[in-house]
Design a protein around this ligand. Structure first.
Ligand code: IMP
Length: 198
């Protein structure tokens, strides 16, 4: 059965659908979230890197729908923890809540002075013309106590290097978009879509 036309975003996260849709609208591309395809299962996410996971999701949805597809995968890498929580950022604790994850992270870094870290967002595009994957990053360090109420996840503990003295959760959303890992990765999306127009 034909799935129609358009680009599919391999996510149902309304925040991502809105953010990516806003960037692509001037390019005449509208995105269809995965929930428009009830027959398509949730894509697997079993890779050991952000890039592998983003590509896995995009390939899976492209194969299932036959439509060009965009997928992302993101998380936090902490140097002193050898890159953890990394691709397990969402499920760093069994509860998988921001509060439990942040408490565990603070505990893991108790007494550690080397607190360098980065947020990473990998974006993948898969179409009949080929595939591309790349990452956007935001360098920073982990605070010793949470601050701020904006954003989500690890934002209250992340001190971006570009805006000294403030946690990500203390920034206006427009500032987070500008310096953040997702914004950095999304900047390269329109040109990739042009190259991969099927
Ligand atoms: P996903 O890309 O929605 O799978 O995000 C994976 C996890 O990484 C989230 O649940 C958060 O814990 C963390 N994460 C990803 N992006 C951000 C961010 O912008 N701020 C804070 N935490 C993030």
């Amino acid at each position: 059965m034909s799935q129609g036309t358009g680009w599919v975003l391999a996510s149902n996260n309304p925040h991502k659908v809105k953010e990516i849709g806003r960037i692509l609208a001037p390019h005449g591309i509208s995105l269809r979230p995965l929930r428009e395809f009830p027959d398509v299962e949730d894509p697997p996410e079993t890779g050991s890197t952000f890039e592998a996971n983003a590509l896995q999701k995009a390939r899976f949805v492209f194969q299932a729908t036959g439509l060009p597809c965009i997928a992302d995968d993101s998380g936090l890498e902490v140097d002193a923890l050898n890159g953890a929580p990394g691709v397990h950022s969402k499920r760093y604790t069994p509860q998988a809540t921001a509060q439990a994850n942040n408490t565990k992270l603070l505990g893991a870094l108790d007494g550690v002075s080397e607190r360098g870290a980065r947020f990473v967002c990998a974006l993948a595009v898969v179409t009949a013309a080929g595939e591309e994957v790349w990452r956007g990053t935001c360098e920073g360090s982990i605070a010793t106590a949470p601050a701020g109420t904006h954003g989500f996840g690890y934002d209250p503990l992340f001190l971006p290097t570009e805006i000294p003295g403030k946690c990500m959760a203390e920034l206006a959303p427009s500032d987070k978009d500008r310096i953040g890992h997702r914004g950095q990765a999304l900047e390269r999306l329109p040109e990739a879509l042009n190259r991969l127009k099927a």
